[in-house]
Design a binder for this molecule. Structure first.
Ligand code: MN
Length: 218
């Protein structure tokens, strides 16, 4: 039975305009320009060159429907990423682990082709390719970053628990993700080691795994 003081959230609807990469009825959005993504790419000279000509260009845009940030609620939205590379490295999102690291996420491909690069706390990587009508499951505890490996805009719908939050700094502290996604020279992609990567300290890995084991994150 609902308490008198409980105010219900109203049901909602958004319209996913795939052709324009827009989500009508959203509650918010943000873009990330190439200038805002300093430090992500391995080829610093290529990044500096690109910055001079297209630094203020949006690499990706996230548009979301966020009813609340309460446990049990959901946040959904779309990520739209333009095609491009810095040197051989494909455009990517900043990437994160969920602040409540035991929260998971799903991504549904709508347009273009790309992949989700995932990394476990102790540095194992997985790649899941995403294209139209392909659904990617990001389990609890995995750092995740989307990469546009195609020649067109990469468009996905995502959905995750509203209390998950994002910790972006976990990637920066390790010198990036363990792998980089590079052009293989044949129009495809290849996973290459990130030479700047430093494994997370054992204590940090243990804390993350403990949080998951307890079902905590509370
Ligand atoms: Mn996420």
């Amino acid at each position: 039975m609902l308490g008198d003081e409980l105010t219900l959230i109203e049901p909602g609807r958004c319209v996913f305009d795939a052709a324009r990469g827009a989500l009508a009825g959203s509650t918010g959005s943000y873009t990330q320009t190439l200038a805002q993504l300093a430090g992500l790419y391995g080829d610093e000279a290529a990044y500096a060159t690109a910055l001079a000509t297209m630094g203020d260009k949006a690499v990706y845009e996230v548009t979301e429907f966020r009813p609340s940030t309460k446990a049990g609620d959901l946040i959904f939205g779309i990520t739209r990423m333009v095609p491009g590379k810095i040197g051989r490295e494909y455009f990517m999102t900043r990437g994160h682990i969920h602040a409540r690291a035991d929260r998971s996420e799903m991504y549904y491909g709508q347009g273009g082709h790309g992949l989700m690069l995932m990394e476990s706390p102790d540095g194992e990587t997985r790649v899941v390719e995403i294209g139209p009508q392909k659904v990617c499951y990001v389990p609890p505890m995995w750092i995740h970053r989307a990469v546009n490996t195609g020649r067109d805009g990469f468009l996905m719908l995502f959905c995750y628990p509203a209390d998950a939050g994002q910790d972006y700094d976990i990637i920066g502290r390790a010198g990036g993700m363990r792998s980089r996604i590079l052009d293989d020279g044949n129009g495809g992609w290849t996973e290459a080691p990130n030479t700047k990567y430093t494994p997370r300290p054992a204590g940090e890995v243990a804390r993350l795994l403990d949080a998951c084991r307890d079902g905590a994150g509370e």
